[in-house]
Ligand binder design. Structure first.
Ligand SMILES: Cc1cc2nc3c(=O)[nH]c(=O)nc-3n(C[C@H](O)[C@H](O)[C@H](O)COP(=O)(O)OP(=O)(O)OC[C@H]3O[C@@H](n4cnc5c(N)ncnc54)[C@H](O)[C@@H]3O)c2cc1C
Length: 529
């Protein structure tokens, strides 16, 4: 009998691992996924014909290998999609030889220009902040002077030790800019003060970005246009374009699942891993609970790759886990996420940019809501990600994002109340009139953000403990309790399969993904996740 690998979770990391096994080894992969869906956090939900992405997922990576991996699944469009011609996006299509016309077929990546702005003081600000006339006028003279002085001050007298995320921001942007554009949004995301978040989060997500980098980028853009998709010279948060599947990210991951099954791999839905058994110092089986029938079965394998939250994994180990390790696992914290999809007849807020859009709506893919009188964090405009996400072309399909914690006041509100609140907030900030609301839906997603507080500072104790199981591989985002994007999550899977193939027992190279420069996500404020 050949060898077998059990993969826990059918998100990007689990699916990548399965396909890598099938492409490069003779090990048979079987994925067990607890939900009824493929794609994990990167799935796309369909509501009455309109598609919602859980957060707006850009397909972009600094790693050529990942970019090619994606393009092996879906080619990049070579012909204009609906709306491309009037939006002046026709110039940048891939020059490959196949016919890839999104108007005629479905399995394609669209090439999208990024536009995301900050909404603050009921005005739009460029993201990242530029020294434009608009910024000067919108901020006002007093704020501007304060911003300049505080930036110069911090350049002259930087904080010697960065003890928190707050210090990290202040050292790079000055106190005033931090207070204006970073503090509130970041605290909405995490639900705790920036002063109590470890600076590592900033180091992982925004290492390379500072005010000077953002300004340099703006100047570079004037003189050197980079139309390539790889955009090598840009910080990830500053990239100008990204790929996006015609029907949202879930479409790509569903296609990957089909390829896995076609190649002989197994993908089982509604199967929750509730226990992992240990034999002779290694993992030997998983206990799986069928989410429909409640039946429990045991499955054996040679290798185990886990994308389930580390917290759950440790607590599911059926062996004598030291109490300290259990304590760390129990203390790991997460932020959860609620998206409210709102279908509108029209937007009230006008497109005052020179950018042309379908229906002449504001051109942003997403907007950071920095306003203090509302609790929403971001607004996604799905029409601008892909017009194919929206069933009726003349309607506007939004996603309002709320960061919360399971059991808190917001999470505990009934869906109808959440819909009312979301609509009231959207009206308050002048985006719509209530009369234009056609429909709305609430989607809840647990453990979207592994937090860098709680017991996180003792995370190495977990890492050291699990390293004793040479056939257990922790991969992905929650699987490693890392703020990984899809590309990093996939890369951890690729490296794990390579290690298995070459009988490498050390796992440092997996833990180093998203730490080493090549994979480093340098996104201001973790804005794309
Ligand atoms: C709001 C938001 C926006 C984002 N935007 C981007 C972006 O623009 N670009 C980008 O590259 N990335 C983005 N990301 C990150 C991206 O979503 C993740 O990196 C990616 O989905 C992680 O893949 P994963 O497979 O590790 O985990 P997940 O996607 O979380 O998948 C894990 C799977 O495991 C399953 N599972 C959990 N426990 C069990 C169990 N016990 N048994 C069986 N199955 C189990 C879950 O149901 C889930 O399906 C964003 C994330 C968020 C939250």
């Amino acid at each position: 009998m050949g060898k077998r690998a059990i993969i826990i979770g059918a998100g990007p990391a689990g699916l990548t691992a399965a396909l890598e096994f099938l492409k490069n080894t003779d090990i048979q992969p079987a994925i067990y996924e607890m939900s009824a869906d493929i794609g994990g956090i990167s799935k796309t939900v369909i509501y009455k014909g309109n598609r919602i992405d859980i957060g707006g997922h850009r397909f972009f990576s600094k790693s050529d290998r990942i970019m090619e991996w994606w393009r092996e699944v879906f080619p990049l469009q070579t012909a204009p999609a609906r709306g491309d011609l009037i939006l002046d996006r026709a110039a940048n299509y891939s020059k490959q030889n196949y016919i890839a016309d999104p108007k005629k077929a479905d399995n394609f990546f669209l090439l999208r220009k990024r536009l995301s702005r900050i909404f603050y003081l009921r005005k739009f600000f460029d993201y990242p902040i530029t020294l434009s006339v608009n910024t000067f006028l919108s901020l006002g003279l007093i704020r501007l002077i304060r911003t300049g002085i505080s930036y110069i001050w911090i350049r002259l007298f930087p904080l010697k030790e960065e003890k928190s995320l707050e210090d990290f921001f202040i050292n790079r942007f000055g106190r005033q800019l931090y207070l204006t554009f970073f503090k509130d949004y970041t605290e909405k995301v995490w639900g705790v003060a920036c002063s109590s978040i470890k600076p590592e989060w900033g180091a992982q997500r925004i290492k390379g970005l500072s005010l000077s980098k953002a300004l340099l980028h703006a100047i570079k853009k004037i003189f050197a246009k980079d139309d390539s998709i790889s955009q090598k010279g840009f910080e990830t948060s500053l990239i100008e374009q990204f790929m996006y599947p015609k029907f949202g990210p879930g479409q790509l991951w569903e296609e990957v699942a089909k390829i896995i099954e076609h190649k002989g791999g197994e993908v089982y839905l509604n199967q929750k891993v509730i226990g992992l058994g240990v034999d002779n110092g290694n993992i030997s089986y998983v206990k799986i609970e069928d989410q429909n029938s409640g039946q429990i079965k045991t499955e054996y394998a040679d290798y185990f790759l886990s994308t389930m939250p580390v917290k759950d994994l440790i607590l599911a180990l059926e062996t004598d886990v030291p109490q300290e390790v259990k304590d760390v696992a129990e203390g790991l914290k997460y932020r959860d996420f609620i998206t409210v999809g709102i279908l509108l007849n029209k937007l009230k807020i006008k497109n005052n940019t020179k950018i042309r859009t379908l229906n002449n709506i504001i051109p942003d893919n997403w907007i950071y809501v920095q306003e203090r009188d509302v609790i929403m964090g971001r607004i996604q405009i799905f029409n601008n990600w892909s017009s194919y996400m929206v069933k009726d072309q003349d309607k506007i399909w939004l996603g309002l994002e709320y960061f919360c914690t399971e059991g808190d006041i917001f999470w505990s509100m009934p869906n109808e109340k959440i819909k009312e609140l979301a609509q009231a907030e959207l009206m308050k900030i002048g985006f719509m009139d209530t009369a234009d609301v056609l429909d709305s839906v609430v989607l809840r997603m647990l453990k979207t953000y592994p937090a860098y507080f709680g017991s996180y500072e003792r995370f190495n104790e977990i890492k050291d403990y699990v390293s004793r199981f040479s056939n257990l591989f922790l991969i992905g985002r929650n699987g490693m309790h890392r703020y990984n994007n899809m590309d990093h999550s996939m890369m951890t899977a690729i490296v794990a399969v390579e290690n298995i193939k070459s009988n490498t027992t050390l796992k440092d190279n997996i833990w180093n993904v998203n730490i080493e420069k090549e994979y480093h996500e340098e996104g201001k404020r973790g804005v794309n996740a």
